[in-house]
Design a protein around this ligand. Structure first.
Ligand SMILES: C[S@@+](CC[C@H](N)C(=O)[O-])C[C@H]1O[C@@H](n2cnc3c(N)ncnc32)[C@H](O)[C@@H]1O
Length: 408
C-alpha cells in the first residue's frame, strides 16, 4: 500500500490547477514526522480530485499526476499494483496521443515530457530499438521505480536510464547511467541507430547528451529540409552541432561544404559520421573543437562566409537570475553569426532557455543582427511530442528563428 497524505493550499481557486504544479508558497506544508527521509510523499489536495508528488525541499513543492489516479484511492491509500497499472494505462494513452502528431511511424519521439504529460520530472524518449528514461528531480526519483514497472508491463524493449545534466546537479542528485532491463545488462553495446526527422541517426547511450538526440528540433529540421532547395546553399556552419542533425539535414539536400563547432569532441566525430550516413559522401566536413564564440571570432578574422548558419546553443539562462547575462550572450551569438552569413543566406537561431520568453529572445536577436534587411522566413518551436501546455507558463521553451538578410 502507498500512503497518500492530505495537503491544503493557501486558499487557491480551481483555476490554479491548470498548471502542472504548485509552488512552496501556495501550500500548507506537511510536518517532517509524517514524511520519509527525502521528505517526499504522494499527496491529495484537499477539496479537489488532484493527486501529486510532494517534495518539501523543492521550490516546486507539489507536481501533479494524471487525474484518473484519484479514482483508485481508498482510505487515503492506493495499492502499489494499482498505481503501477494506472501509470501503464497512462503511458499507453500518451503513446496513442503522440503518434497522432504526424511523424513517420518508425521515427524516434518523446513519449513523456515530464510534468506536462502528467509524469513529473520523467522524460521518456522512444528510439524504436530502445526506450531511454531520464529523471530530473527528487519527484522523478520517487516516481522512477513505479514508471519502470509500468513500462515493463506494456513494453518488452530494452530500457536504459540516462539521468545526467545540469538540472540534477542543481537538485543535488547524483548522475546515473545504466541499463535497467536485466537482459541488456550483460550487453556492453550502447550504440543506437534510429530514424529521426527523415535522417538516419546514430549515437551512443553512455556518451549521450540528454537521452541521446535533441528530438525537440524535429519540426524545425523538417522545415529546413523543405525550403533548402529553394535557396542557393553551398556551405553551412553548424554552431553547437552535437550529433549533427542540422548538418545532416543540409547534407541530405546536397550541401557539401560543412563546418561544425562544438566543445564536445566526441559529439563532433559522431556528427561527422551522421553527415556521411545522410549524404552522397561527396562532402567535406571541417570540425572545430572548442568554444563557439572564440571560433566565430577567428572565422570572422579569416573573412569566412557561409550560406547557411545554424546556432543551436545550450540554454544560456539556467535559472531566472541568469536572464540578463543570457540575453547578452544571445545578442553576441547573433552578432557574430550574422556577420558570417553570405548575402541572401539563411540564418537559424535557437534558444532552449525556458526562462527566456519569445519576446526576450527576439529582442536579444534584434540587438545582435548585423546591418541589413532581415526578414523572418519562419518561427519554429519545439516538436509537439514535447508537450506544450495551453497556459501562460514556460512550457514553450524552444525558439527557432529562420531569418534571411534580404537584398532589395
Ligand atoms: C542544444 S545542444 C545542440 C543540439 C544540436 N544542434 C542538435 O540538434 O542535435 C548544444 C551543444 O552545444 C555544445 N556547447 C555548449 N557550450 C558550448 C560552447 N561554449 N562552445 C561550443 N559548443 C558548446 C554542447 O556540447 C552541445 O553539443
Amino acid at each position: 500500500m502507498i500512503q497518500i497524505l492530505e495537503i491544503e493550499t493557501m486558499g487557491l481557486k480551481n483555476n490554479f490547477f491548470k498548471s502542472p504544479w504548485l509552488f512552496s508558497n501556495q501550500i500548507k506544508h506537511i510536518n517532517d514526522n509524517e514524511l520519509n527521509d527525502q521528505k517526499v510523499s504522494l499527496v491529495h489536495i484537499k477539496g479537489t480530485k488532484k493527486i501529486g508528488i510532494y517534495c518539501k525541499k523543492s521550490l516546486i513543492s507539489v507536481r501533479f499526476l494524471p487525474d484518473k489516479i484519484f479514482n483508485h484511492i481508498e482510505n487515503n491509500t492506493i495499492k502499489k499494483e494499482t498505481f503501477i497499472k494506472a501509470i501503464s494505462e497512462h503511458l499507453n494513452t500518451l503513446k496513442r496521443e503522440k503518434i497522432k502528431f504526424q511523424f513517420p511511424k518508425e521515427e524516434a519521439f518523446r513519449l513523456s515530457h515530464g510534468d506536462n504529460d502528467g509524469l513529473p520530472a520523467i522524460a521518456i524518449d522512444d528510439y524504436q530499438s530502445v526506450l531511454v528514461i531520464q529523471s530530473s528531480s527528487q519527484a522523478g526519483e520517487f516516481l522512477l521505480p513505479f514508471i519502470i514497472d509500468a513500462l515493463k508491463l506494456i513494453d518488452n524493449r530494452p530500457l536504459f536510464e540516462r539521468s545526467t545534466g545540469q538540472i540534477r546537479k542543481m537538485e543535488d542528485l547524483p548522475e546515473r547511467t545504466r541499463w535497467i532491463t536485466e537482459s541488456s545488462k550483460e550487453n556492453n553495446n550502447y550504440e543506437v541507430n534510429c530514424n529521426f526527422a527523415k535522417l538516419k541517426m546514430n549515437f551512443f547511450l553512455n556518451k549521450a547528451q540528454k537521452t541521446g538526440l535533441f528530438l525537440d528540433q524535429r519540426k524545425n529540421l523538417e522545415y529546413l529540409s523543405r525550403i533548402i532547395k529553394d535557396y542557393d546553399i553551398q556551405s553551412c556552419l553548424d554552431i553547437c552541432s552535437y550529433a549533427g542533425a542540422w548538418s545532416a539535414t543540409a547534407a541530405s539536400s546536397g550541401v557539401n561544404d560543412l563546418t561544425l563547432i562544438d566543445q564536445d569532441s566526441w559529439a563532433l566525430n559522431l556528427a561527422k559520421n551522421n553527415i556521411l550516413a545522410n549524404s552522397n559522401n561527396n562532402v567535406t566536413v571541417e570540425m572545430l573543437h572548442g568554444d563557439m564564440f572564440e571560433h566565430m571570432q577567428r572565422l570572422l578574422k579569416l573573412e569566412k562566409k557561409y550560406d547557411l548558419i545554424i546556432a543551436d546553443p545550450p540554454a544560456f539562462a539556467k535559472t531566472k537570475k541568469h536572464v540578463p547575462e543570457a540575453k547578452r550572450a544571445y545578442s553576441r551569438m547573433t552578432k557574430l553569426a550574422s556577420k558570417l552569413l553570405s548575402d541572401n543566406g539563411i540564418l537559424i537561431l535557437c534558444s532552449c532557455s525556458r526562462h527566456i520568453p519569445d519576446h526576450d529572445f527576439l529582442e536579444s536577436v534584434c540587438v545582435g543582427l548585423n546591418e541589413g534587411n532581415w526578414v523572418f522566413l519562419h518561427k519554429g518551436e519545439q516538436s509537439p511530442c514535447h508537450t506544450h501546455l495551453a497556459n501562460p507558463d514556460s512550457s514553450e521553451y524552444l525558439k527557432c528563428y529562420f531569418l534571411i538578410n534580404r537584398k532589395l
